[in-house]
Design a protein around this ligand. Structure first.
Ligand code: HAM
Length: 410
């Protein structure tokens, strides 16, 4: 778990703002699920996934309830749906931290942020296209180009079950590592996700899901593909794409960051989870969504040199050599006019205050000394560009600075 300090933290906020813009342009409403839920909400994600069996921060609270910090937000959104029964399709977006007890490394942390969307109540394949397109549009707005969309369908539940049987018998007679053998006993699909080179040839030879798609699943997938093509969103079919969570049916997808290490290159992913609401005690309700990892996406942005930390420098720094009281009023006035201002405290020397002004990155220092005070004036000194210090009447300070800053922005 890490501290995110300024200016990096400002970048995180802007990241969420850009995501909010994309989601809200498409009619998605912001949802804030709690960070902790009854453990049962998360065990519904599947007893066969490590996220649930090994990585959860769960504990018994003071009221003897077995609770857990959320490892992701889809389950909480579905639980909220069951509880509030909003009108469908219920289109939501979210942002916030999740917790998984994983081995920390670059791009993998125990507390990590995601932004995401979930839609409940429609199984229209055009919705799958909308959801994927929103993820794609978000990357475009960040300026990322080296992102690959991987697409698969896990079929209807029956297709998936038959495919799992076929995988099990294939892998039982194949040459697998001991770890993959253990995975096979619990969840044959996850064997496909092994990155160990000794497993490669068995995975290569494994049957693929498309041989098990029902007509309905194949048709749904074809509509999704046609929609992406109509939007000119490039994708790669990956019939062995399996995701870490167990709830997926039909469309699944991942956004891979091509500049990242292949073990950690999933910037985000999602898919349909049509049975999850029912598993949480609600009526049969289809659902689809995705979540994007903030950390990894920002690593990809660094790699591509896009979406850097925003400029958080103030516009003005007030230097007050007559005791600091003038700066109280000046900073207040300037802030009220929408100009960002900082100052120093503790009665520092003129020299120390000017040093602070330079360090602040401000475009102008506004200086009040005893001469200025006596003449009811202030001095303005440009800090970024060269240029002479000028004196202006105190009453002219706000409009004067406003026009200088406007000029600077032009
Ligand atoms: P997920 O694939 O487990 O899916 O996580 C989505 C993204 O969160 C990953 O691609 C990755 O960028 C980021 N992520 C996951 N774990 C970590 C970690 N330990 N450290 C840093 N980043 C991480 C889900 O969470 C599903 N809820 C997505 C979804 C929404 N499916 C349907 N709706």
């Amino acid at each position: 778990m890490r501290d995110i300090l300024a200016p990096e933290s400002a970048r995180w906020r802007r990241f969420t703002d850009v995501f909010a813009e994309v989601a809200e342009l498409a009619g998605y409403g912001f949802v804030i699920p709690p960070m902790m839920e009854d453990l049962g909400v998360f065990t519904r994600l599947g007893e066969a996934t490590e996220i649930v069996t090994k990585e959860m921060y769960d504990f018994v609270d003071k009221g003897d309830r077995h609770v857990a910090l959320r490892p992701e937000q889809t389950a909480g959104v579905c639980r909220a749906y069951v509880e509030h029964r909003p009108i469908t399709p219920w289109k939501t977006w979210y942002s916030g931290p999740n917790f998984r007890y994983e081995k920390p490394q670059r791009g993998r942390y125990r507390q990590f942020d995601q932004v995401g969307i979930e839609v409940l109540g429609s199984d229209d394949a055009h919705l799958d296209v909308e959801v994927i397109a929103l993820g794609w549009e978000f990357y475009r707005r960040l300026g990322l180009q080296r992102v690959e969309l991987l697409l698969n369908s896990l079929g209807e539940p029956g297709d998936r079950a038959r495919y799992i049987d076929a995988l099990r018998s294939h892998f039982e007679s194949a040459d697998l590592t001991a770890q993959s053998r253990a995975t096979l006993a619990k969840n044959p699909l996850r064997v496909l996700d092994s990155k160990r080179s000794e497993d490669e040839s068995a995975i290569e030879a494994a049957p693929t899901i498309d041989q098990y798609w029902s007509d309905a699943a194949a048709e749904h997938f074809a509509t999704v593909r046609a929609g992406l093509e109509a939007l000119a969103i490039p994708y790669t079919i990956d019939l062995k794409l399996v995701r870490g969570l167990d709830y997926y049916r039909r469309t699944t997808f991942e956004f891979a960051g091509l500049t990242l290490d292949s073990a950690q290159n999933a910037l985000g992913g999602g898919g349909r989870y049509d049975g999850l609401v029912e598993a949480l005690g609600g009526p049969p309700t289809p659902g689809i969504g995705f979540a994007l990892g903030v950390d990894r996406t920002l690593i990809a942005c660094d790699d591509e040199g896009v979406f850097g930390a925003p400029d958080t420098d103030v516009d003005v720094f007030v230097v007050d050599t007559v005791g600091g009281g003038e700066a109280v009023v000046l900073t207040h006035e300037l802030r009220a006019a929408g100009i960002s201002v900082d100052r120093s405290f503790d009665g520092r020397s003129m020299k120390a205050q000017m040093k602070g002004a330079n360090r602040s990155g401000a475009a102008y220092a506004v200086i009040v000394g005893s001469d200025e005070l006596a003449a009811d004036e202030v001095a303005i000194r440009p800090l970024r560009s060269g240029g002479d210090q000028v004196s202006v009447a105190r009453s002219e300070l706000v409009p004067d600075l406003q026009s200088r800053l406007e000029e600077g922005n032009r």
